[in-house]
Every structure is written in structure tokens, then in C-alpha cells.
Design a protein around this ligand. Structure first.
Ligand SMILES: [Mg+2]
Length: 138
């Protein structure tokens, strides 16, 4: 099924060619949290992940975090939300969360990239809206 097929796959966020995405007109990046920016239940983000997010911001991307996690008091969520628009309890693949975050980032779906590990939430949700989808392989 086409909706389940990511436009790209990568083994980690560090393998993605963000410069190419920018040159293709992408301006917003929506990141999943668990198993994408961190491990299964990261309690903090690794310094190289923080550095990548800062580098992407310098390139000119607007960064947002879209997670189905429920706890707002999670330290990782609190930390990220200080610097980036973050939507928890996003209920991916519901279109509502994607749209709401895109609005905060000031980007249209065709300017956006969703990066996540789960086909049934991250990838389907992005594909249904025409957001470029990149799957991080487990
Ligand atoms: Mg995930």
C-alpha cells in the first residue's frame, strides 16, 4: 500500500541529506521522539542530537516535535519544548496534530518532512497529507 511506503529510509537521523532536502524546498522538519531523536524511552537527548537540531535551525529549517507520548512532565519533552514547538499526545496518524504543528512552523505540507520510525503513525500520517516521509529503520 502506497500510504505505508516512506519516501526515503535511513538507519539514523545522521544519515539523512538535509542539505538536499533544503535545496528541494523543504523548510520544516517534524521529528518523532521515541526511536527517532532518541532511543525507545530516552530520558535525555544525546549531545550529538541536540547539535544536529541546532545545525538544522542554522541551515534555515523550522523544527517541530510530534510525539504520541502522553506525559507533559517528561524531562526530555520539557527540554525540547523550551527550544522547539512540540506537540505531545499528537494521536498520530490523525491529521490534526500534523496540521497543528505545521501551522506553528508556518509551513505547508509540501514544504515539510516527517521523520519517524513507525509506519502506522509517522509514515501514514505524513503521506496522507502529502508531507515528505522519511522512516528511521528500527
Ligand atoms: Mg517513534
Amino acid at each position: 500500500m502506497r500510504l505505508l511506503r516512506p519516501r526515503e529510509v535511513a538507519t539514523s537521523i545522521f544519515e539523512i541529506d538535509f542539505t538536499k532536502l533544503y535545496s528541494e524546498g523543504k523548510r520544516a522538519i517534524l521529528f518523532d521522539l521515541d526511536n527517532t531523536l532518541g532511543g525507545r524511552r530516552p530520558h535525555r537527548l544525546e549531545p550529538d542530537v541536540i547539535a544536529l537540531l541546532e545545525e538544522l535551525t542554522r541551515i534555515g529549517f523550522h523544527i517541530g516535535i510530534l510525539t504520541n507520548r502522553r506525559q507533559a512532565n517528561d524531562p526530555v519533552i520539557g527540554h525540547l519544548a523550551q527550544d522547539y514547538p512540540l506537540l505531545h499526545r499528537a494521536r498520530k496518524p490523525s491529521k490534526k496534530g500534523f496540521r497543528s504543528l505545521l501551522e506553528k512552523l508556518g509551513a505547508s505540507p509540501h514544504q515539510a518532512v516527517m521523520i519517524g520510525d513507525r509506519l502506522l503513525t509517522d509514515i501514514i500520517g505524513a503521506n496522507r497529507l502529502g508531507i515528505y516521509s522519511i522512516r528511521i529503520l528500527p
